[in-house]
Design a protein. Structure first.
Length: 68
């Protein structure tokens, strides 16, 4: 965790808002320390965002990959 600021690649952080609170803290740390990171919170889902909300997850991922 102490070296995440060295990550140079654009980074997408996706958090299901029903996930464990510890994960929200980890995502907040990553968002703060990874330059060029983007965070998306998805309500109504927990840890398996891509399975619980596949349409929303795909929309977010494709937008990130497309640079929008």
């Amino acid at each position: 965790m102490g070296r995440v600021s060295e990550i140079q690649a654009p980074t997408l952080l996706v958090l299901g808002l029903l996930d464990m609170p510890d994960l929200a803290g980890i995502v907040a740390h990553l968002e703060e320390h990874i330059p060029n990171s983007s965070r998306v919170d998805i309500p109504g889902v927990a840890h398996m965002v891509n399975l619980e909300a596949p349409d929303r997850f795909n929309e977010v991922l494709l937008g990130f990959l497309g640079g929008s």
